[in-house]
Each structure stands twice: as structure tokens, then as C-alpha cells.
Design a protein around this ligand. Sequence first.
Ligand code: OVV
Length: 406
Amino acid sequence: MNLFQGHKAIAVPQNVIAWDIDPYSKEVLLNPETFFSALREKGPFVYLNKYKMLACGRYKETKEVFSDHKRFVSSRGVGIQDFKLEKPWRPPSLVLEVDPPEHTKNRRFLTRALSPNKISQLKDFFKDCADKLISELLEKKKIDGISDLAEIFPTRVFPEAVGLKKIDKETLLGYGAMVFNALGPDNQFRKDAMAKGLPVLEKINKQCLEENIDTKGLAKEIYRSTAENLEEDQLAGMLVRSLLSAGIDTTVSAIGNLLWCLAENPEQFQLVKNDTSLVGNAVEESLRLTSPVKAFCRTSAADTEVSGVTIEEGTKILCVLGSANTDPEVWETPYKYDVTRRTIGHLALGVGVHNCVGQTLARAEITALASSLTELVKVIKPGDKAIWKPNNAMRSLESLPIILET
Ligand code: OVV
């Protein structure tokens, strides 16, 4: 078999357009909408010449592939590399990178620890922290939405909510960058993230151990609920690792992208200020429009067919969530940030058995911050040009100069 970037190099399927674009390039990140539109126009699937795999970006097929965990598995990795053919850089996640029935069993521990009931107990804490942070930033007036806000809020509230004793912002952000860049090809973004490697990994692994976990946080819940699983002493630690992998970069990006939406669309911010019942939907709409997790792959477990396209066993499919979330077949004026839009059905948090298990926590954090903004800030204005940060799987900002007015 012909391997390419760790997966089976497939041939161009019949009736599928072969395309030279590099979806992992900085150019695509800087201009994702052009890429999304072209991807959808070329058909239900395209063949990526550069990576010898498929990609999809129409809502229908993206949802179909994501919803069918039997035909399109996660256990072979959700990046470009096929774990059946190559050893992954870290032991696979017990939730992200497994299929049912193991997935079902493992995920249940996280579902319990992150139940809406547990998360609602954190709401006041999130809101107090958000109010405090925004009040501080209002003194500065001109801020960087990323380094002053998006990176600060989750790295302050998340470790405390989870019950992490001694973890620093750089370690959490560095690990997130590794996890998400590792999903792409071995390009410069992946190499740069991995270069920070060992010290970060060691700290993260240590942090997952029971002795380094607070008795009050969500991580302790995971240790409690897995305690009867004596045959798997790594289980709880590995599930805590999932929280650290998926809980920081995602919310940092989501908050940065939300600020970008609000700064670029001041009339939408005013709509939310005038009717605070729109706060939740303003958050959902920013998730839809900017899809912080740009794309995840699936691997076909057997020869199959979707929308008339033959897909052979072992095919990697890049499912471009941001494109599905802006498909004009589903979304009117898809590239407009509209806080009154019906956002139900967006795929920013996935769909199917692997849909984001931390979404209640993520929403609680982001909504707390959005509420503080609408209550405390009169106007959010762009200060200088936003700078996007290249990443193989995230759509996020490097810097977002904004002006907050009271
Ligand atoms: C959703 C997600 C992203 C990254 C890592 C993980 C999950 C994990 O379980 O490690």
C-alpha cells in the first residue's frame, strides 16, 4: 500500500474533482470563505492532490460523515494520520480517538463529571471572574482581545473549575497547540508546536495524576466515578488529559472569535445590549460563523458510498466544519454575523456520538464573558488590524487590537 503523510494514498474517485489547494496553508486560514465557497461548489467531495485524500464542505455530506461513526471511524485518528498504519505521537485519547463500544463507556465518565447540574454550580464563579476581568480591562481601554482577554479568561477559570493545582497558562496553551496542530500534515505549524514538546508533555501528564488534583473540582469527579474500574488504572488520568487537551485552545479561540465578530459588527453588539436575551444566540452565531475547530478527519472503515461518490476503505476525509456552517443551502446570507439568526443545527461542536462532551462547560464560560461584555461595555471597536494565527485544526487569532468604551 502507498502511504502518504501517514495514511493510505487513495486514487481520485470517479466524478470527483481533483484540487491543488492546501487546506492546511496560511493562505486558506487568512481567507477561509473563498476556500469554503470553492470547496462546496466543486461537489459533495473533492480530492486533495497535495494530500491524496478527500475533503467535504457541504452541510449535508459533512453531517452524514460525522453522524455515522460505524462507517467513518475516529479510532484511526481524527487528523491526517491513520493510527492503524502509523504510531500516533501520544497514546490515543480514550474519547476522541476511539469508537463505540469503548467510546460509549469512557465518555459516560466525562458526561457525568460535566453534567449540566455540576456546571450550573460554576456559573456564578465564571460570571464574577468575567466581571472582574472586564472591569480591569475597561481601565486600559485599548486592549489586545487575545493576550489580554481570550487567553486570560479560560486559563484563569478552567484550572480552578477542573481542580488543577499547579498549572500555568503557557503549559496549557502549549499543549493545546500541540494537540490541534498534530492533526495536520507534518508542516511548519506542526513542527513548531511539537518543538516545545517534552517539558510541556511532562507537566501535563503530571497534572493528570490524582495527587495533583484538588478535592473540589471536576477532575476529582472523574477519579471518583472511575474508581470502581480497577482493571484500568490509567483511565481517570487519561480522561483528565482529555479535559486539558480539548478545554483550553477551543475556548480561547471561541472567545477571540466572538470578540472579533462583535468588534467587526458593532450594530450586532448593540442589538444584544438592547435585548440581553440574545446573549446566548450571539455566542452560538459566532461559533457557527467562525467554527473555532475548523475541521476534523474521519476514516472510512470499509468501502462505501456517499452522495454517489465511491469511498474506498481507509480513505481519510477532511470534514470542514466551517464550510458546512456557511453552506448557503442551509444558511441565508451565510457569511453575515446575525445575532437574531436561528443557529440550531450548526456543526461547530460536532454532531453524532463524538459531539463535544464539554459543550455545557464551554458555553457557560463563553456566555458568562459575553454577558459581562454586554453589561459593562458600551462600545467595542476595532483598534488595529486583526492577525490570524496559523494552526492545522483551529481557526483562531494571534492578536486582536480592540477598544472598549464605557
Ligand atoms: C475534542 C478534542 C480535541 C482535542 C483532544 C481531545 C478532544 C482529547 O480527548 O484528547
